[in-house]
Ligand binder design. Structure first.
Ligand code: FES
Length: 105
């Protein structure tokens, strides 16, 4: 499964997604600069990404915990999600996200 991740600089990377993995883990393990300080516990918001519009409706909705945590993130938009809360499945092949401000490692 291919996952496309754009840095804030505009450079896009093609990553190999793994079903059942957190999107944050795939991004971090690829070496891209993402803080993800809490390691996926939904308690830091430093794994914040913007999901491409065409993918927004295809993801399961954010939980109340994720929404609460996003309140503390920088520059939140309507397409903001926490990448540690997105569990990859085969239907997400081609998912496209952009790293948000405040996530730089
Ligand atoms: S890694 Fe901390 S909220 Fe996602």
């Amino acid at each position: 499964m291919k996952i496309y991740v754009m840095e804030q600089s505009g450079v896009e990377h093609t990553l190999e997604g793994v079903e059942g993995w957190r999107l944050m883990s795939v991004i971090r393990d690829s070496g891209l600069p993402i803080k993800a300080e809490c390691g996926g516990a939904c308690s830091c918001a430093t794994c914040h990404v913007y999901v491409a519009d065409e993918w927004l409706w295809r993801l399961f909705p954010a939980s109340s915990e994720e929404i609460d945590q996003l309140d503390g993130a920088f520059e939140v938009q309507g397409n903001s999600r926490l990448s540690c809360q997105i569990i990859l499945n085969e239907e997400m092949d081609g998912l496209r996200v952009t790293l948000a401000p405040g996530t730089e490692a």
